[in-house]
Design a binder for this molecule. Structure first.
Ligand code: NAD
Length: 362
């Protein structure tokens, strides 16, 4: 028997619950096939936790997360809060607090296009083919955590965009190391022509770049980066950016992959890693059993790779997803007019197909 690992499953809300179940099944299959011992625990967060305890991130959950070697997370959110901007307790507070408490300052989002899904994107296949981007989005600074408030009796509101040098340094180093292992190109995205926090960002990245002379660095304004992503996605290798710009650019880039349902992400710092699809709780399809579980399954692959350094196991999950797509199986979000009804699977059936291919590959 190999080493034993503790994994906490944190389904959250909405389709988070549905897709995480499939991600966990894949991890269980990997444990069985490769003779690893994965010990699973479950915890609550978000709306589900508010309903049960009044707190979007209960102490018990936080304790459990801190004891884990890795976390597979779904999503948080509920329509009740989306339509009530004045709600004092909100599901996403649980998410922001969790990132802060676990020191998860770097969000990695690989945008890799499976050839089989070239037609599922709204961007032309010839522009897309071969795109392979790795985003590093800073996660614990920026306007999300700066001072905010209202004045003039509520008629004026402000949020503060704030970064400290050390926050930029630590994520920049991680991004440069990743670029070294890829095509050795790094684009740092900011708005240094206007924002002081961006000027600090750029200065700091320029300093860190000196430690990595073999990596070619490009500094690009966020507006221009947003345009270039659609115009020529193959231009990008590693992209390093702040919390707000990263939030927006990675959703834009998700369209390169065809669907939000295909993209995984990892949030890492210096301790436990958190792995999650980039999509939210998708109220519009919750409970219908049609959510695409592949982003959660690919998040499980990232978990195996980054937190446990199980490269072979991680690759076999990615290959199993690839084989499933090559065989023509689709969930409804990635189906096109050529997909026959018989090949459109629900969430659970898609998860099971990936398990079948995992067993065949091994
Ligand atoms: P969303 O990502 O939940 O959904 C956007 C669109 O993509 C929807 O039409 C949805 O049906 C579709 N989609 C998303 N994931 C899919 C999947 N796996 N398979 C098939 N289709 C999928 O974003 P939203 O609608 O803007 O937000 C819904 C809720 O999720 C909100 O409450 C929001 O606050 C929350 N949210 C949470 C997170 C998170 O927990 N990390 C991230 C984003 C949004």
């Amino acid at each position: 028997m190999n080493k034993s690992y503790k994994i906490t499953i944190l389904p959250g809300d909405g389709i988070g619950k549905e897709v995480t179940q499939e991600g966990q099944k894949v991890l269980q299959k990997i444990a069985q096939l490769y003779k690893h011992e994965f010990q699973f625990a479950k915890a609550i967060i978000g709306h589900t936790a508010i309903e049960q305890t009044g707190n979007p991130l209960p102490e018990e959950t936080l304790k459990q997360l801190k004891k884990s070697d890795a976390i597979l997370f779904g999503a948080v959110g509920h329509p009740k809060y989306d339509n009530d901007p004045n709600a004092k307790v909100r599901p996403e507070q649980g998410l922001l607090k969790m990132r802060k408490e676990l020191g998860l300052y770097a969000n990695l989002r690989p945008i890799k296009l499976f050839d089989e899904l070239l037609g599922a994107s709204s961007i032309k296949p010839e522009v897309l083919k071969g795109s392979d981007i790795l985003f590093f989005r800073e996660l614990t600074g920026d306007v999300y955590f700066g001072e905010r408030g209202r004045r003039d009796e509520g008629a004026t509101a402000f949020d503060t965009m704030i970064y400290s040098r050390y926050e930029v340094e630590r994520i920049a180093r991680k991004a440069f190391v990743a670029a070294q292992g890829r095509r050795k190109k790094l684009m740092s995205v900011d708005k240094a022509n206007v924002l002081e926090s961006s000027r600090l960002w750029r200065e700091t990245v320029q300093e860190i770049a000196k430690e990595f002379p073999e990596v070619e660095v490009e500094h690009t304004f966020v507006d221009s980066a947003a345009m270039l992503l659609i115009k020529n996605p193959r231009h990008f290798d590693v992209v390093l950016t702040g919390n707000l710009f990263g939030d927006i650019l990675t959703d834009e880039a998700s369209q390169i992959a065809g669907s939000m349902g295909m993209l995984a992400s990892a949030s890492v710092g210096d301790t436990v890693g958190l792995y999650e699809p980039i999509h939210g709780s998708a109220h519009d399809i919750t409970g219908k059993g049609i959510a695409n579980p592949l982003a959660s399954i690919l998040s499980a692959a990232l978990l195996l790779d980054i937190s446990f350094n199980l490269k072979k196991e991680s690759q076999s999950v990615i290959q199993a997803v690839e084989r499933t797509l090559q065989a023509g199986f689709r969930t409804v979000d990635i189906a096109d007019s050529k997909t026959s009804q018989a090949m459109i699977l629900n969430t659970e059936a898609m998860g099971n197909k990936v398990l079948e291919y995992l067993a065949i590959i091994n």
